[in-house]
Design a protein around this ligand. Sequence first.
Ligand code: HEC
Ligand code: HEC
Length: 284
Amino acid sequence: MNMLTRGLATGMMALFAASGAMAEAADDNLVINGEIEIVTRTEAPAHLSDTMDEIMSGWLFRGEETRAMEADDFDNPGMIFVEQGEEAWNTAEGSEGKSCADCHGASSEMAGVRPVYPKYVEAAGEVRTLEMQVNDCRENRMGAEKWDYTGGEMVNMVALLSSVSRGLPVNVAIDGPAQSTWEKGKEIYYTRFGQLELSCANCHEDNYGNMIRADHLSQGQINGFPTYRLKNNKLNAVQSRFKGCVRDTRAETFKPGSPEFVALELYVGSRGNGLSVEGPSVRN
Ligand code: HEC
Ligand code: HEC
């Protein structure tokens, strides 16, 4: 071990071990409103088989009270924003005078869409996130202004689109035309960033289950997004979370909506293939 890696290893030990022991993920089941069964742990997808046996939702790493909030829509503060998303869904906007509902029907018609995004969109010739699809419809089909990528209106809409898919398995395609983007996302996931020289994998693959400062480290899955965080009392977009995590390594971060974060979202999404769509979820 050279000086540099020894220094790094010591720093990491301090970061993860200082706050104490390994804390088990909860042994608990999530059924929302007594009817939507959520798969919160399952066998890892084939592409992770060399790395881990089991994938787990971040829900299992939260405390009992936080977990309970997600089991009932009346207790889930994220559901207010789903209602706001529903209002926007039915509101005509832009030069064409159309609402989402005018073309797509009821929001429930979107069940099954969330679990396959990000995906390669043939007509666009690129991998797109849900946010990109929504803005494409706003700009090119409604003649309306694009929403800010991680702004409130967009997060509300993505929460609505997630909520109608709750319980369905995440099933992001990683082969065919999506493969090169997926590879790029994977590379970013394993790249060490910032002064702390930590990759996503150093925390969410090598150390999930451990405590980092006061936080119980999860696998960093994104099946629960958008997440209502008790820390900032609002719904948080997935790429805002990526940004926060990169910043915590004291690195410059990519911009939400950038090709790098789109690729990273595809890759991280695929690490959760088989978990249920859970958004909007509740986290600390
Ligand atoms: C220094 C350690 C660290 C690094 C590096 C890190 N994270 Fe995190 N991340 C955390 C902590 C702590 C949390 C909050 C507790 C939890 O859910 O794991 C978190 C939460 C998350 C969550 C939310 C999970 C949920 O269920 O709500 C996602 C997604 C995530 N991280 C993705 C990433 C990605 C992608 C990267 C790499 C760009 C990354 N993280 C890098 C520490 C880290
Ligand atoms: C003028 C008609 C029209 C309006 C208005 C419209 N869309 Fe679309 N949208 C389409 C068409 C056409 C497609 C591409 C074909 C398809 O997948 O249904 C599409 C695709 C999508 C997709 C991807 C669906 C998939 O299966 O991959 C999403 C998500 C979406 N729209 C959301 C919205 C939202 C949210 C709004 C309102 C803010 C909206 N759309 C407004 C016509 C419209």
